[in-house]
Write a protein that binds this ligand. Structure first.
Ligand SMILES: Nc1ncnc2c1ncn2[C@@H]1O[C@H](COP(=O)(O)OP(=O)(O)OP(=O)(O)O)[C@@H](O)[C@H]1O
Length: 244
């Protein structure tokens, strides 16, 4: 599904969080919204999701202006937000309709794709952070969302788990080809995952630049090409002094 933002602005009381954002996202594209804290990344994602509809401007999904939560949208947040009283399997089937057997069959297929077969009966308190986030990924994917909205989905995880789940996300995306919007403040993550990185800057946040990343996948996290783009982004964010 395609997404388009036309002059989207959002003001809370007297604070304008984002101003005049224009974006066109192609079906199956992975687009990163990157920027320093407070530039309005989550605000934009909430507007795209339909969770917030008090913005100015227009958002189109597949060419249709909408302010609603689209029924083929999946969400993954920074924290897994699992229901503590349900086991892994029931957390994944929770949002599905249909016969119990069919739902469980489908959930197990997705638990397999996130590497959690054998863990179906565990409760959230029995899971590591990485396992819990895998459940959240399975729960988001089980509805076959055509749009996947990710708000810093891996930022609470250790470096190794983060890389594993980034690889997993790409493996799954290859199969399902959802359109993905990823909010992140992690430049390396954006460079590894995205077809295009939209750099937001300022308060109110505005699009400072958009960078298309042409490097083939699987990408080498240490590639010189990605390092050069990282340097460009740091310059754009006026953070060049933090280059390593
Ligand atoms: N519900 C709200 N009420 C009032 N102000 C808000 C609200 N949500 C966001 N803001 C303000 O809008 C601006 C952008 O916030 P937002 O959370 O979108 O930034 P962000 O780029 O996602 O930041 P971070 O990387 O720290 O999560 C901030 O100034 C914030 O205080």
């Amino acid at each position: 599904m395609s997404l388009a933002l036309r002059n989207v602005s959002r003001t809370f009381n007297n604070v304008t969080a984002v101003q005049n954002i224009n974006l066109d996202i192609k079906p199956g594209e992975i687009v990163g919204l990157l920027g320093t804290s407070g530039c309005g990344k989550s605000t934009l994602l909430r507007a795209i999701s339909g969770l917030d509809n008090e913005y100015d401007g227009e958002i189109e999904i597949n060419g249709q202006v909408t302010k609603e939560i689209h029924d083929t949208t999946g969400f993954i947040f920074q924290e897994p937000r699992l229901l503590p009283w349900l086991n892994v399997l029931d957390n994944v089937t929770f949002g599905l309709n249909g016969k119990r057997n069919d739902k469980e069959h489908r959930a197990i297929e997705y638990l397999e794709s996130v590497g959690l077969i054998g863990k179906e009966k565990l409760y959230p308190r029995e899971l590591s952070g990485g396992m819990a986030q895998r459940v959240a990924i399975a729960r988001a994917l089980v509805t076959s969302p055509e749009i996947l909205l990710l708000d810093e989905p891996f930022s609470a995880l250790d470096a190794f788990t983060k890389m594993q789940l980034q690889d997993l996300l790409l493996d799954i995306w290859k199969i399902y080809q959802s359109t993905i919007v990823l909010v992140t403040h992690d430049i390396d993550e954006a460079l590894f995952l995205c077809d295009r990185v939209v750099v937001l800057r300022g308060q109110p946040g505005e699009v400072a630049t958009e960078i298309t990343i042409k490097e083939e996948r699987p990408r080498n996290r240490g590639s010189e090409h990605l390092a050069r783009i990282k340097s460009e982004i740091l310059d754009c964010l006026d953070l060049s002094g933090t280059k390593s």
